[in-house]
Write a protein that binds this ligand. Sequence first.
Ligand SMILES: [Fe+2]
Length: 271
Amino acid sequence: MDMDIVTAMGKNNIINFLSYYNFKNTTINKIMQLFSHCAFKNPISIDLHSHLLPGIDDGVSTLEESLTIIKKFKSLGYTKLIITPHIISDSYPNTKEIIQKKLLEVQEALKKEQIDIEIEAAAEYYVDMNFLKLIEKDELIPFSGKYLLFETSYLSKPLILEKAIFDMQAKGYIPVLAHPERYRYMYNDIDYYMKLKSLGVLFQMNTKSLRNTSSPVYKMALKLIELGVIDFIGSDAHRIHDVVTLERIISERVYKNIFEKNNILNMFKLI
Ligand SMILES: [Fe+2]
């Protein structure tokens, strides 16, 4: 079947049409099998990890941009977004107060525009000395009351990484490593991924890491999916094009594989 016709009719409509007219016909059943993956419904309705609070990190810069992206998430069936601004002492020294004030601004704008979607704010912590101090003072913004999203340099493993993990756990939090597929210092050391898992670290994979099939990030994402070690899926949306990419990836087979091989915790409700 010509793909332009498929696009014009809508893939789900074609499946419904075929089902209605001749469910038992072998040929039609074969065609239905070919298109069965198109009927896949995104099981994620809570997005975890984005930069949609305006003007406080490298994410959106205006309230208008923020609302446009949030509306796009809603159109894709998302009911809740957990927004995670960067906290990096050198470049984005955000505090709990700054983040909560911005969250309120966006929540009020959503209410005014009658956009019915829940938003929560946490943070994406960069592992540095400032992060250790924040843990010590327990001045942290977890998501769902107990999880802390953190990231490291892409190039080299911080000497304090395992101390940071231990300190987070000692305060009663569950550490969640943002986009594990992006850390080049771990690419030749799959055992280190397994070590982090054995220490109790959960992994949040970025959907947008699946956009470029020739990139090393994509290859590592596939490996982690196959190993069944992914715990959360997130968009890491900074701009509208990230959500457009998300919409495309949701319809691809590789996205469906994630749920067949991993126990994802942010599907319809957050566990
Ligand atoms: Fe991020």
